[in-house]
Design a protein around this ligand. Structure first.
Ligand SMILES: Nc1ncnc2c1ncn2[C@@H]1O[C@H](COP(=O)(O)OP(=O)(O)OP(=O)(O)O)[C@@H](O)[C@H]1O
Ligand SMILES: [Mg+2]
Length: 480
């Protein structure tokens, strides 16, 4: 009897030590894996693949839902390899499943697992592994559950996104969208623009938002396209941001230099989501400088509804350019581009809006002098005037003096250029959709004051990295 007790005590101590070793060293996870592998031998499993793209073309919405759902599971922590990202708040950390990792889930008492797979050709997918015995009972309600949870999560996450097209693995035809939170603060309230014009654009966008049935009845794709044209620094890009914020839409910014060919452009369009603003900036620059592999007809197809009808509805397309002169009128004819908005150089009214926004000044003793200079034809872009105001915001008088001096030196040349632009100008479309408007504008200003402030705020650096080359190219073509 005594020896049995000793024996039991010995076994207990050994088990206790084994347990300590298993947990302390983490071997327990290996044991759990073996256990699962052995249990798996006694079950038949069925696999369901959820590829990222339908037929390699359009985004599979279920993939996005599964992605959102899986990343919300606490069991993601147990996968062998997890990515850590900062969340919306600075101290928040979010986990994201890495490729070829497994994450387990339980539903109605059944255990399932998901594998975050990647094919040899780089195609991503999720594979659901489910016991055949559980399939009939849980598959449909489980998928429904994923839909519900991911919809709730997406609704809670109201953050807008900015998508840019990138070249993947050095192969341009693998171009895919990459997203980042879209936090541009610009709204229509910040944009200095004729109030009438602003209201027209707002009501145009509002009626677009409400127009689903109307467009359907007409047999038209539910999309609207805008052309924003005018000199550099007149607020075209800011206006696109204001539109996206107004509509609560994501933004897809297409970089034509990263598009391999026409079919790549089509592919990119097909992979955009509904409720989005799709932007092609500086279209005239690309067309004039032939700095894109995309042909004019490719861009026409892009703007046409035949192609967009294959993609999701409810989209706004925006093309920006400095002027319409070098663009084939067919590219921007009504139906292809619905609304044309002209962004001219600054006039006195726009200047007053800027002074109010940037300096909090509604009236000032220097205003009559500024008005006189504008009446003589001088002008600068709102970007340039805005820079001078921001730099001198502590003293409105000093800011206005700087603006006056910049207008007198640089603005005169620009204002005259503006006059001739308007005179030659331009074959303004007489269509109802032509809206002329807003802001002040201006290209590569060259007054000493403007140059100085541009340097200060890195404007020269930004411009040279993104635009200067082809922008000058475009100008050559224009001048020539
Ligand atoms: N009408 C305006 N009202 C308020 N701010 C403006 C306006 N126009 C330009 N700005 C300011 O000037 C800066 C440059 O404007 P933006 O980039 O929108 O001009 P752009 O027309 O897109 O120029 P580019 O043709 O060179 O791309 C922004 O910081 C913006 O805030
Ligand atoms: Mg711009």
């Amino acid at each position: 009897m005594g020896s049995i007790l000793w024996w039991l005590l010995g076994v207990g101590i050994v088990l206790f030590l084994v347990r300590i070793v298993l947990f302390k060293t983490g071997l327990i996870h290996m044991v759990k894996k073996w256990r699962r592998t052995i249990i798996d031998l006694f079950h038949v499993y069925q696999h369901y693949k959820v590829p990222q793209f339908n037929g390699n073309v359009q985004e599979n919405h279920l993939y996005r839902k599964v992605y959102t759902y899986l990343n919300s599971l606490s069991s993601i922590e147990d996968s062998d390899f997890t990515n850590l990202f900062t969340g919306k708040k600075s101290n928040e950390i979010v986990l994201r499943l890495d490729r070829n990792q497994v994450v387990g889930d339980e539903f109605l008492g059944a255990r399932v697992c998901w594998i975050n797979g990647e094919d040899e050709d780089g195609g991503k997918s999720f594979v659901l592994k489910i016991r055949k015995a559980d399939k009939r009972r849980i598959l449909a309600p489980y998928l429904q559950h994923i839909h519900t949870v991911s919809d709730e999560l997406e609704q809670r996450n109201t953050e807008l996104k900015l998508f840019i097209n990138v070249v993947v693995d050095g192969k341009k035809n693998n171009g895919r969208w990459r997203s980042t939170p879209f936090n541009h603060p610009c709204t229509f309230d910040n944009v200095a623009m004729e109030t009438d014009l602003k209201n027209k654009v707002k009501s145009d966008l509002e009626s677009f938002l409400k127009g689903k049935q109307y467009y359907n009845r007409l047999g038209r794709v539910w999309k609207r396209s805008y052309l924003l044209y005018g000199p550099s620094g007149t607020g075209k890009s800011s206006f696109v941001a204001a539109m996206a914020n107004f509509l609560d839409y994501d933004v897809y910014d297409i970089d034509l230099s990263k598009v391999a060919d026409d079919s790549d452009l089509k592919m990119l369009l097909l992979q955009t989501r509904a409720k989005s603003v799709i932007v092609i900036e500086d279209l005239d620059r690309f067309v004039s400088a032939k700095s894109t592999a995309v042909s004019v007809s490719g861009i026409l197809n892009f703007a046409d509804s035949i192609l967009t009808s294959c993609a999701a509805d409810e989209r706004i397309m925006v093309f920006t350019m400095t002027g319409k002169e070098h663009i084939d009128p067919a590219m921007i004819r009504p139906g292809r581009v619905d609304v044309h908005i002209h962004f001219p150089l600054c006039d006195f009214t726009a200047f007053k809006t800027l002074a109010n926004n940037y300096l909090g000044v509604r009236e000032h003793k220097l205003f009559p002098q500024v008005e006189g200079i504008f009446q003589n034809g001088a002008s600068l872009s709102p970007a340039e005037i805005g820079e001078l105001m921001i730099a001198n915001r502590s003293s409105p008088t000093r800011a206005l003096k700087h603006v006056i001096s910049a207008l007198q030196t640089d603005g005169d040349r620009r204002g005259n250029a503006r006059r001739s632009f308007l005179e030659s100008g331009s074959r303004r479309s007489t269509s109802e959709s032509e809206m002329s408007g807003p802001l002040c504008g201006g290209g590569g200003g060259s007054s000493p004051a403007v140059k100085e402030f541009r340097k200060l705020y890195g404007l020269l650096r930004i411009k040279s990295s993104r635009k200067s080359e082809s922008y000058d190219g475009a100008r050559d073509v224009r001048d020539g």
